[in-house]
Design a protein around this ligand. Structure first.
Ligand SMILES: [Ca+2]
Length: 513
């Protein structure tokens, strides 16, 4: 009789009369036959079959709806000091980024993505504190000493994702005053602000044309990215592959925060990547200048990044620095290719949103600057690429946004209601064409009293409070910011309006100026 009992579908947990039916299966038909006549038994079978069918339908609906509501994975790839112009597919610069091009061509690119600047020379710290706390610049600064309190309240980005059911993973550059171990489920190779451990004097004030270069981007004796025996960008990809292997077995969605130290200086890469960029392939930026006229008044003349190259800047020095910059970006791009391949192999690519951006831009020879402590587009703006389910392919959106909008976007994707303290906005309404504007103004600052930027209606005002100096650019007609309109009587009204709006807006930003 046990064979007959095997014909009865095994009941599933969850239906109200299952205990009775379970009794039939568990104890077998023999028990039932002993207690019931055969007509009644047939009726029971019919009822059971109907209920079983209904049960199957119910289960299919529940499982089906949970599949359709399954939370997508979020893969966040973060570069360090990467200017918006260094994505090959976007056409600004002759650079090889075939894997970032995959994201740009199979996804959507935000072409005007800003960082708000920073409260001291390490702009990275401000940018990363903003994206992990959701606060605008000065409120992020004020929060920085109390991040332990934020963590105990489960308010950090990764905690919001974890509490939404995500398996969270971090590797690479952190540079936020918070313990990654406390806010991510898995952590590997947490790196400092820049590859160390030593600042080598050979890396500064170079190169000088006609003289031997004391620095070599490929020599492991200078440590940096070579410290530990394997280039740090390759270690990020190794760790991502390992986590991808683990998570491929899991039903939980993942949130991966992969943070390269590249292409921050020291700009080191294997020789084969440098060989791809002979100096005659490198163009000097159109707005190259031997020196920036207000560099001292802007408190940006002697900051560490700026003394990597000698004063006055030469086209030769800029070409050499750009060559090393492009080489470390192309090397990072190959590691990103490995990460994208690992995602494909995990079988989870179809339900994963990929975000690529950087913490801010970098000058590398624009306007007489080398670093990021200035308010020009090259130093504020980063790439921002988004790819995933229903993200349009090859779409370009030029609406000004902040890179930290990625945080708010990921919360929306994870079905996390946006907490009131998160000031950045989701990018999805822009991607879906539901709105065309994100912010009324784009704001930038460097140090409490050194520099400000204020962008509205296509004009950018730059202000240096220490020397009471303004600059004004029309970003639509002069995207390289080469024609200062601040002294032009035709634009007096434009400048006055911007000054007036800024005076009001800086209060909303808790600006200490
Ligand atoms: Ca940085």
């Amino acid at each position: 009789m046990s064979k007959s009992a095997g014909l009865i579908p095994t009941p599933l947990v969850g239906a109200g009369d299952i205990p009775f039916l379970s009794c039939i299966v568990a104890k077998g038909l023999e028990f039932c036959c002993l207690n019931l006549n055969w007509k009644l038994l047939v009726t029971i079978f019919r009822v059971f079959k109907m209920k079983s069918l209904l049960l199957s339908l119910f289960v299919a609906l529940v499982v089906g709806s949970s599949l359709s509501a399954e939370k997508p994975n979020v893969l966040f790839i973060f570069a360090d000091d990467q200017c918006y112009e260094t994505i090959g597919a976007l056409g600004h610069t002759d650079i090889d980024t075939p894997n970032l091009d995959r994201l740009a061509n199979q996804g959507t690119a935000f072409t005007h993505t800003y960082n708000m600047g920073g409260w001291h020379g390490a702009i990275c710290v401000a940018s990363r504190t903003m994206i992990n706390t959701g606060r605008f610049l000065w409120r992020a600064r004020d929060l920085e000493p109390n991040l332990a309190q934020e963590i105990s309240n489960d308010r950090m980005w990764s905690q919001l994702m974890r509490n939404a059911g995500y398996e969270t993973f971090f590797t690479g550059k952190w540079h936020v005053k918070a313990d990654t171990g406390a806010i991510f489920d898995h952590v590997s190779h947490v790196r400092p602000g820049m590859p160390g451990p030593v600042f080598y004097p050979e890396a500064y004030g170079r190169p000088i044309e006609g003289q031997p270069d004391p620095w070599s981007p490929t020599d492991p004796k200078f440590e940096g990215f070579w410290a530990g025996g394997k280039h740090w960008s390759e270690v990020v990809a190794d760790n991502a592959e390992n986590f991808m292997n683990i998570t491929s077995e899991s039903d939980k969605p993942f949130f991966m925060y992969l943070a390269f130290n590249a292409p921050h200086d020291p700009r080191q890469a294997p020789q084969e990547y440098l060989d791809r960029y002979p100096l005659d392939r490198i163009k000097v930026p159109e707005n190259f200048a031997p020196e920036y006229p207000y560099s001292k008044g802007a408190n940006a003349a002697e900051i560490r990044d700026e003394v990597l190259a000698p004063y006055p800047r030469t086209e030769y020095a800029v070409k050499v620095h750009r060559r090393e910059y492009y080489a470390i970006i192309t090397h990072m791009d190959d590691q990103i290719g490995r990460i994208l391949d690992a995602l494909e192999a995990s079988g989870k690519a179809d339900n994963t949103y990929i975000f690529f951006t950087a913490d801010h831009g970098l000058a590398v020879g624009h306007h007489g600057f080398i670093g990021k402590q200035n308010m020009y587009e090259h130093s504020l703006r980063t790439p921002l690429l988004v790819m995933g389910p229903n993200i349009p392919e090859g779409k370009r959106i030029d609406t000004p946004v902040y890179l930290q909008d990625v945080m708010a976007t990921s919360l929306e994707l994870a079905s996390v209601p946006q907490p009131e303290y998160v000031e950045f906005k989701s990018l999805l309404p822009l991607i879906e064409g539901k709105r065309n504007e994100q912010y009324d103004y784009i704001y930038g600052a460097y140090e409490p009293d050194s520099q400000r930027a204020f962008i509205a209606r296509g004009f950018k005002m730059i202000y240096y409070p220490r020397i009471d100096t303004y600059r004004l650019y029309n970003l639509d007609t002069d995207p390289m910011e080469m024609n200062d309109l601040a002294g032009d009587p035709k634009y007096e009204g434009t400048l006055m309006t911007l000054k007036s709006e800024f005076a009001w807006f800086k209060g909303r930003m808790a600006d200490p100026l």
